[in-house]
Design a protein around this ligand. Structure first.
Ligand code: FAD
Ligand code: NAI
Length: 511
């Protein structure tokens, strides 16, 4: 009968798709594990030095034709970090290695070999065209500080955590920027829990230890608060019921609302979701001082009057945005054209550092008129790759034109008309290649997880904006971030982590 035939075909189609999917995945894994042989870079080519292994640098590296340059990557971190899922690492929803991609695997898959030095750039000398680097790792060889000369330099070192010089912040709080920060937070959450259940602990001390304070209502602070409350509600309370009603999460923000970059409707949705989740939001409250056990803030009441509030805490996470790294500050101070720039290296529309020669900057350390996000950094990195690939191509054509012209002038008996035609064709090609448009950022939208399997999204769609929040947005958030993960390996590991934490719960052991 016809309907059985339909089922048989559907089943066959599903079966074939599964085989094709598995074959594709297997091929991806095979390719990852068996990179092609690389050829050594030509020493006569230009030295292209890239500082950093974050969003900007890796997106440049991914699209760069490395055979055109001697590429040298320098960073204290020998991996790329997928920051959007970093808040999930603080509670073990995702394991930290799942969102790290070794830089060696990225460089090894390039056509021409790329050098990598695990070191921090400590100084950039634009006059001598050298970068001073320092191996800051624990194991040091006979050489640990040296200079690397460059012909072209890309500064993509990101930013450090802003503390605004507020006393006690550096000493007592946890930041959330690097893998080590997420691991420290995960450990500290469980340390607070175990200490709160210690024998003969006073009720005030239990209350303090289980008060988790987050400073900064930007996306980092909001996403972390949401993940933390999930961990407490879905796991910790189950395993340690005797303190279940003692947990408190407070989010402190100096401005009148959280998530200022999102639309009003999504700000209200986030605030009401936090209320449901029992996360306290204290807006118009600016932290002024931190001690080992308290946070001191200046709050503005509904009557406009200011008052001081002291909050005891067990865990304090500081997420108040970005500050300029010392190596960037130092470079800015050596370039007169950068004297009015405050938030990073001012760049032109081709991402060239203003007032400097042969230096480009991308991402959080560059000021190009966009927000410091991964989206911007990766688009800037990809733009630079296109720019450098084009520059190399046009240089090759210019050399060919030069050779043909000397043939025309020096070699007797050449077909002058044919050579002239060839030169003209090359010049035409050159004009086409050289017509590179300036960098243009395409905003794809903002997404943030807000806890209890809900997310908010301001998505740019068909020349308009589309604001949405809730459970379906959470599925969209998950699939969007999964597709953005660096490699198939990362994607598989993240999915396994999600399934693992859903099935068995998050691990509450303190490493
Ligand atoms: P980074 O990615 O920070 O990379 C900087 C690199 O430079 C690192 O490899 C670092 O080790 C290296 N480096 C540092 N100092 C030196 C030195 N002296 N010499 C050489 N190398 C150095 N953005 C989004 O668009 N969407 C999100 O969902 C999102 N989520 C985020 C979540 C969190 C928790 C955080 C902290 C940020 C998030 N962001 C997100 C912002 C995004 O991560 C940054 O804008 C992005 O990382 C900037 O890229 P970058 O290349 O400039 O810097
Ligand atoms: P942020 O700069 O976006 O927010 C920091 C917040 O801290 C500000 O709202 C500020 O008013 C507040 N603040 C500053 N000092 C304070 C004080 N003393 N007391 C109380 N509040 C204080 O920083 P964040 O969240 O770290 O983000 C940095 C960048 O990374 C942003 O560009 C952001 O868009 C991006 N990002 C994007 C994410 C996403 O798209 N999901 C996730 C995380 C970061």
């Amino acid at each position: 009968p016809k309907r059985f035939r339909f089922f048989r075909y559907t089943w066959r189609l599903t079966y074939l798709s599964a085989i094709a999917g598995t074959a594709y995945l297997a091929y991806g894994v095979y390719e990852l594990r068996h990179p092609d042989d690389q050829f050594s870079p030509d020493p006569t080519k230009k030295n292209l030095v890239i500082l950093g292994t974050g969003w900007g640098a890796v997106s440049l590296l991914k699209k760069l034709d490395t055979e055109n340059y001697n590429v040298i990557v320098i960073s204290p971190r020998n991996y790329f970090l997928f920051t959007p899922l970093l808040p999930s690492c603080t509670t073990g929803t995702v394991e930290h290695r799942s969102i790290m991609e070794p830089i060696r695997s990225i460089t090894r898959h390039k056509k021409a070999a790329v050098k990598f030095y695990e070191a921090e750039a400590t100084k950039i000398d634009p006059d001598r065209k050298v970068v001073s680097i320092d191996d800051i790792s624990d194991v040091k060889g006979a050489s640990s500080k040296t200079d690397v000369p460059y012909d072209m330099l890309v500064v993509s070192v990101g930013a450090e955590n802003a503390t605004f010089g507020i006393p006690g912040v550096k000493e007592h709080s946890c930041f959330l920027k690097e893998i080590g920060d997420a691991q420290q937070i995960r450990k500290k959450i469980m340390d607070c829990v175990e200490t709160a259940t210690f024998k003969d602990q006073s009720p005030e001390e239990v209350e303090r230890l289980l008060h988790m304070v987050v400073v900064g209502g930007g996306p980092t602070g909001v996403e972390f608060a949401g993940e933390l409350q999930d961990f407490i509600d879905q796991d910790i309370k189950k395993w340690i019921p005797e303190i279940a009603d003692k947990f408190k999460v407070t989010l402190i923000e100096a401005l009148p609302n959280v998530l200022p970059m999102f639309s009003k409707q999504l700000i209200e949705y986030t605030e009401s979701t936090f209320k449901e989740e029992k996360i306290t939001i204290k807006t118009k409250t600016a932290v002024k001082k931190v001690t080992d056990k308290t946070v001191e803030a200046e709050a503005t009441g509904p009557d406009g009057k200011k008052f001081t509030e002291i909050m005891p805490y067990g865990l304090l996470v500081w997420a108040t945005g970005n500050a300029v790294r010392p190596v960037v500050k130092d470079l800015m101070s050596s370039i007169p054209a950068q004297k009015d720039s405050r938030r990073g290296l001012a760049v032109n529309e081709y991402l060239v550092v203003q007032g400097a020669k042969d230096i480009w900057a991308t991402g959080d350390c560059a000021v190009a008129g966009y927000a410091p996000t991964a989206q911007v950094a990766s688009q800037e990195g990809a733009f630079l790759a296109r720019l450098f690939n084009t520059m190399a191509k046009s240089e090759a054509i210019e050399n060919q034109i030069h050779e043909l012209s000397s043939e025309l002038n020096l070699k007797p008996g050449v077909d002058a008309a044919a050579v002239a035609r060839e030169i003209e064709a090359h010049e035409k090609q050159l004009r086409r290649i050289k017509d590179i448009k300036p960098f243009h950022y395409t905003h794809q939208g903002s997404l943030a997880y807000i806890g209890s399997e809900r997310a908010v999204a301001d998505v740019s769609w068909m020349n308009g904006n589309f604001a949405t929040g809730g459970g379906l947005t959470y599925l969209f958030w998950r699939s969007a971030y999964l597709s953005m993960c660096f490699s198939t390996r990362n994607r598989v590991l993240v999915v396994v982590d999600w399934l693992k934490s859903k099935a068995f719960g998050r691990d509450v052991s303190r490493e």
